[in-house]
Design a protein. Structure first.
Ligand SMILES: [Zn+2]
Ligand SMILES: [Zn+2]
Length: 338
């Protein structure tokens, strides 16, 4: 068993935005850390929506498998009548020190509110004549969340997708979100020593693009630490733009696939540690960045996931370099996922 990577090479594989069944993903801590170890990832962050229920198990399994798992969460926040997804790194959910208490209390509040909203949503669908016989199987022993109810609405053929299921719930007077005020989330995260990063700033969907001008208004009330400049659906131009904005504003840069399950919408992506070196160092990992040449150019991205290496034969001492892959996924998300 390898030890977790305390110091990293610039080309080590890193994915700082992954979901599990603690929110709307289907990775388990076991399947996720197995995948990451088999594909030679050095560092990963488990960032479920509004939940850290998989974090401790993933850290422990990652340690056994040689993958450093950073505690994370993707908090659904409210700002200026819109939603923002904020990645908060570095706060373990099993802390009980005074500095962590306000943030962990916010996490309990959003879990409780989502549960209340889900129970209300289930009642509204059933009262409208839409039975949900698949709900208990989908819930599978978890605290009931709106995502489970909307998934049952689809499974039981009342709506074709999450977006329409969510719209149906709103038309019935219910709600599927419990957004927290962004300034409260960032203040509590900072008190706990956490690092706050704007998730997928270039993703043009229900959450929406976060522009340079938006940051002029956001940062004074909610001082973010970074931007997720490397994201699975960002074009090379968007990556370059958000890297430039981050560098100009003195913000950290993160790299995330937002994988929710094998191939859904993508597998974890092997971003390079050098691309998010300052963030990794804030999280206690030392990155040995090669200073000869640029840290990132568009021709480097995105790297393909490396298949599991075959067991080396007696004469094999080298592994092949990964192929460059210039394909960019353009995945559209529903209003309540990712
Ligand atoms: Zn998101
Ligand atoms: Zn996400």
């Amino acid at each position: 068993m390898a030890d977790p990577h305390e110091s990293l090479h610039g080309t080590d594989r890193v994915d700082l935005h992954l979901h599990t069944l603690a929110s709307d993903g289907f990775w388990t801590p076991d399947t996720l850390t197995t995948y990451l170890a088999e594909h030679d990832f050095a560092v990963a962050a488990v960032c479920d929506h509004d939940s850290q229920k998989s974090v401790v198990e993933a850290i422990d399994l990652g340690r056994q498998r040689g993958v450093t798992v950073i505690p994370g969460v993707e908090v659904t926040c409210k700002w200026e009548e819109r939603q923002l997804h904020i990645l908060v790194y570095g706060i373990r959910p099993d802390r009980d020190d005074a500095a962590a208490r306000p943030f962990l209390a916010l996490m309990r509040d959003i879990d409780d509110q989502l549960n209340i909203n889900a129970i209300d949503a289930r009642e509204r669908f059933i009262a409208s004549g839409r039975d949900l016989p698949s709900l208990e199987e989908i819930r599978n022993g978890r605290v009931l969340w709106p995502f489970h109810v909307l998934s049952a609405v689809i499974q039981d053929k009342h709506a074709p997708n999450l977006k329409e299921a969510a719209e149906m719930l709103v038309s019935l007077g219910g709600t599927f979100t419990a957004d927290l005020p962004v300034e409260a989330v960032v203040a509590a995260a900072h008190e706990a020593g956490g690092v706050c990063v704007v998730a997928h700033p270039g993703r043009d969907d229900a959450v929406g693009v976060v522009t340079d001008a938006d940051l002029d208004r956001l940062l004074p009330i909610a001082p973010m630490d970074g931007l997720e400049a490397h994201y699975r659906s960002h074009t090379a131009e968007q990556t370059a733009l958000y890297r430039e904005i981050a560098e100009r504003r003195g913000l950290l840069i993160s790299c995330g696939s937002d994988s929710h399950a094998p191939g859904k919408p993508v597998d974890p992506k092997p971003w390079r540690a050098a691309w998010c070196a300052a963030l990794l160092e804030r999280l206690g990992l030392i990155v040995d960045v090669d200073t000869n040449g640029p840290v990132w150019t568009s021709s480097m991205e995105p790297l393909p996931a490396q298949p599991p290496a075959p067991a080396p034969g007696p004469d094999e001492s080298q592994t092949a370099e990964p192929q460059q892959d210039v394909h960019h996924e353009r995945t559209e998300e529903g209003a309540v996922s990712a």
